[in-house]
Ligand binder design. Structure first.
Ligand code: ADP
Ligand code: MG
Ligand code: MG
Length: 888
């Protein structure tokens, strides 16, 4: 249903079926959108014209009014709706079908001319912006219609739209139409059907606007989905003080608390609540009191000026409470709903599974499980693994917060702790972030244009807007910290300053915002690690219960290993040894080894490295007591370790008793044209066997040492960059002989395994031969991707972004495993390897090991484990559990 009708259309139909009051309407399917894009406008109109006429007639029958009939007019809204929710992406036009005559009739019939002209001016504005393309594209330009409104308000000396009277509104309509004529050269359309078709085209066209494309890319939504068009009879929230419009959530989308909440505005229409033009009021009295407290508003003032819907329209509030429960029971998930009250009658205009923060995602799912609404497997399926990341982020240090200076207070719109430098515009946020700066976007309010900036900011602070404002909703969806509606701050876009708590902050100044309390602090406030118990732990326990594939970690130090273990890693899939050679004085011994002229000198240098390596391995083995630790032998080209500065070369010359000239010559000699394809990996170990010997010795001795202390140690020795069977055969021989020697010296043994990375396409092709020599494979999908595509990992950034924009590639293959190409190699090598060696243990240790889609692919191939960086371990665990549950 959703694929065809879009999320909005499908849910409108479903609400209607279960007896929720929904204004009548019809939906043009997403298939038509696809045809529209393929065959063009004329062909599609021809195809659907009759059906549209019939459907309009059906609305007329149900409401008793007539579309395009000034004596008894029916107005409609034209709304877009894709199969997956894309908030703010597609634009909606309300009050369609209105013109001068119709407005007069509406005024007469309703006895409320203000309502009629308010609807009319809204329509001309929306139609002008959305259909006639008058919305400004530049960040500093203002909407031409808004400019006119400001002028009229100023002339009158009023602040809010609601203070404009009928004559003002009439003036707006006239001036709006003049602006349309000036801008487009055409008269504003008066025929209702002309308006309707124009709006339908605009919805279809909006599928390909920049915002929509960006949102799809950011959220990996396929281009081919298309959007549906919903045409629906209008209900009017702007008919007077017995009318209203609002947005509500069946649970708290920020924290997950089971608390029905939402906001509304009296005498308003559609987007007014979200846009943050007026201060919206709370639906529930409890929520209203909480809100007032945060805003520093007294109970008297609150009750008088900002009563809850429960207080102002108790009947409607009661009905809304029942409906939200009914909808949640029906969908078994937290609902995000839109409603309008027309003259005391409640109508629902939308429901969908609400976007939420990572914390809310976890809590709501566990609550629903405890309530018996969903089962354990559904909990797992409901998780968006990537969102867990938010729960792992630092929170403010309690002590630091106590001494922090609170400069302003707003609403706790999206929980979290954020510290950064102030920027005011989305493109600045992007630019600063690209220079690795942490920024907080400070805005009067946000709009969909700000999306890119919001996505790279640490947090968002707005002066206007409630808990359901654009900033709040989008921030929660992104899991970004947000404080909204901090009414006391004064943002000056031109001067690029914000004034709060008596201090003027400039662009670039540091502030911290607390999305859980709504507080804004001066400067950068210290943070600490979050508590990972409660519902988070419960969800991870479920992941453990249902997953069949294990999750390991990539860790090079005892500290990382411990962290990963805390986060649920069951072993180390990749411990790189080269990082260990850079620390402190070690690099000296390493360099000495590299420039050694012969084996004997090299062995002297290696002897200095041996105890250092052994010590490192002991630390990691102890941290991973009981689990496997996979240690990769030296991998990068030697040139990476060599000094490049004259000063360091001189030191090295002194240290090794050579002349500077000699050292320079050797270093230059190590330079390679294509170092990544050069003298590295097992090629080092095979040309200088003493390096492998030293490393194998360090590993085995370390294992024996910790074993003696009672540590349950499981070392795995992994050889990088194998392409030919003989390469691994020679390395395995060196390792096994070294181990034998050490065992003999020590009179003791320890079990160990020898394996290889599969990261060169040739290795995948001859995996059966290689499997005869080894105990395990680990796919190094970074190098494997690099060599399969022939893209240099270090240079691909330049063109990959363009490739993605052009649609040549859907995703960056270094982030998401290319299942179609590289995946074939992984599949084939696993199959061939296991056929040759049934006990072969297979895992993956590239960046892809922590990427949910890639993890699911590995699960499908029945790999034994995926290995990823410590903070991605929970994500991989959940993805693995999801894969297992989905495979059932
Ligand atoms: P979005 O996807 O941006 O939320 P919507 O199609 O939901 O766009 O519409 C924008 C606003 O207009 C919402 O507040 C919605 O409730 C309101 N709206 C849409 N259709 C109608 C209608 N037929 N009557 C009254 N309000 C409507
Ligand atoms: Mg909506
Ligand atoms: Mg590699």
């Amino acid at each position: 249903m959703k694929d065809l009708l879009g999320g909005k259309g499908a849910n409108l139909a479903e609400m209607n079926l279960i007896g929720v009051p929904v204004p009548p309407g019809f939906t043009i399917t997403t298939e038509i959108c696809t045809l529209y894009n393929q065959k063009g406008r004329e062909a599609v109109v021809e195809m659907i014209k009759d059906d549209v006429m019939k459907s309009v007639a059906h609305i007329e029958k149900l409401t008793g009014n007539k579309f395009n009939d000034p004596s008894n007019p029916q107005l409609v809204s034209v709304r877009s709706g894709a199969p997956v929710s894309m908030p703010g992406m597609m634009d909606t036009v309300l009050n369609l079908g209105i013109n001068d005559e119709v407005a007069e009739t509406l005024a007469k019939k309703s006895g409320n001319p203000r309502f009629a002209w308010d609807s009319y001016r809204r329509f001309v504005q929306m139609y002008g912006d959305v259909v006639l393309g008058m919305k400004p594209t530049n960040k500093t330009d203002i909407d031409p219609f808004e400019a006119i409104i400001e002028e009229v308000k100023e002339k009158k000396g009023v602040k809010f739209d609601t203070e404009l009277d009928v004559d003002d509104l009439k003036e707006l309509v006239v001036r709006f139409k003049t602006a349309v004529k000036e801008n487009t050269g055409k008269d504003f359309p008066t025929d209702a059907y002309d308006q309707l078709w124009g709006a339908i085209y605009a919805v279809f066209d909006s599928w390909n606007n920049d915002r929509a494309i960006l949102y799809r890319r950011m959220n990996q939504i396929p281009e081919e989905y298309g959007t549906a068009v919903n045409v629906q009879a209008m209900v009017y929230g702007n008919m007077g003080n017995n009318s209203a419009t609002g947005v509500c959530f069946s649970r708290d989308a920020g924290t997950g608390e089971n608390l029905f909440n939402g906001e509304y505005l009296i005498n308003a229409q559609g987007e007014d609540v979200v846009a943050g033009v007026r201060t919206p009021q709370q639906i529930m009295t409890e929520g209203s009191r909480r809100w007032a407290k945060l805003q520093g508003i007294s109970e008297e003032e609150r009750a008088a000026k900002y009563p809850s819907l429960e207080e102002s329209m108790p009947e409607c509030a009661k009905q809304l409470v029942e409906i939200q429960q009914k909808l949640e029971d029906h969908y078994h998930d937290m609902q995000d709903m839109e409603f309008t009250i027309q003259d005391g009658k409640l109508w629902l205009l939308q429901t969908r599974n609400g976007k939420r923060t990572g914390a809310a995602m976890v809590k709501i799912a566990m609550d629903l499980l405890r309530e018996g609404a969903i089962d354990e497997k559904t909990v797992i399926k409901r998780m968006e693994p990537g969102k867990l990341d938010e729960l792992l982020h630092p929170v403010f240090d309690k002590a630091a917060v106590k001494s922090a200076k609170v400069m302003a207070k707003g609403l706790p719109a999206s929980p979290g702790a954020a510290t950064g430098q102030i920027v005011f515009f989305a493109d600045d946020a992007e630019e600063w972030a690209s220079r690795k700066k942490k920024v907080i976007m400070v805005r009067i309010e946000t709009s969909p244009e700000d999306l890119r900036g919001m996505s790279v900011a640490q947090g968002i602070l707005t002066a206007r807007g409630g808990m359901t404002s654009h900033a709040a909703v989008v921030a929660r969806g992104m899991g970004k910290c947000c404080v909204s509606g901090a009414g006391t701050i004064k943002v000056d876009y031109k001067a690029r300053t914000v004034e709060m708590g008596g201090k003027t902050y400039k662009e670039g100044d540091w502030i911290s915002i607390n999305g859980s309390t709504g507080e804004v602090y001066d400067g950068a406030v210290a943070t600490v690690d979050p508590d990972l118990g409660g519902d988070y732990a419960a969800v991870m326990a479920l992941a453990e219960k249902y997953s069949t594939m294990d999750v390991y970690t990539n860790a090079d130090s005892p500290r990382d290993a411990k962290k990963a273990r805390e986060l649920g890693a069951h072993g180390i899939g990749l411990c790189r040894t080269e990082h260990m050679f850079f620390e402190g004085d070690r690099i000296k011994a390493m360099r000495e080894m590299i420039i050694a002229p012969d084996e004997a000198t090299r062995r002297v240098a290696l002897a200095k490295l041996l105890p250092l390596q052994r010590g490192d391995f002991e630390g990691i083995f102890e941290a991973m007591d009981g689990y496997e630790v996979t240690i990769r032998l030296l991998d990068p080209p030697l040139h990476e370790f060599v000094p490049h500065q004259l000063e360091t070369m001189r030191e090295l010359a002194e240290q090794t008793g050579r002349t500077l000239e000699e050292v320079k010559l050797i270093c230059d000699g190590l330079e390679e044209f294509n170092p990544m394809l050069g003298h590295r990996g097992c090629r080092l170990g095979n040309t200088y066997p003493e390096i492998t010997e030293m490393q194998a010795r360090a590993i085995i001795e370390a294992a024996l040492n910790v074993k003696a202390k009672g540590v349950d140690v499981h070392p795995k020795i992994m050889v990088p960059l194998i392409g030919v069977k003989n390469e691994i055969q020679m390395q395995a021989n060196i390792i096994n002989e070294t181990a034998k020697k050490v065992f003999a010296e020590r009179g003791e043994t320890v079990a160990y395994k020898v394996g290889t990375m599969i990261e060169i396409p040739r290795a995948a092709l001859v995996a059966d031969q290689i499997a005869e020599v080894v105990d395990f494979f680990s796919f190094g999908t970074n190098d494997l991707t690099q060599m399969t595509f022939g893209y240099s990992r270090d240079d691909a950034g330049k063109f990959l972004a363009i490739y993605k924009n052009l649609g040549i590639l859907k995703e960056d293959p270094f982030q998401v495993l290319d299942q179609e190409g590289v995946g074939q190699l992984v599949e084939m090598a696993t199959r061939k390897g296991r056929a040759a060696n049934p006990d072969l243990n297979v895992g993956i240790c590239g960046e892809h090991g922590g990427e949910p889609k890639s993890v699911k692919f590995c699960n499908k191939l029945k790999l034994n484990y995926v290995s990823c960086s410590p903070y991605r371990v929970p994500i991989a665990r959940l993805a693995a559990a999801q894969a297992a549950v989905e495979a059932e």
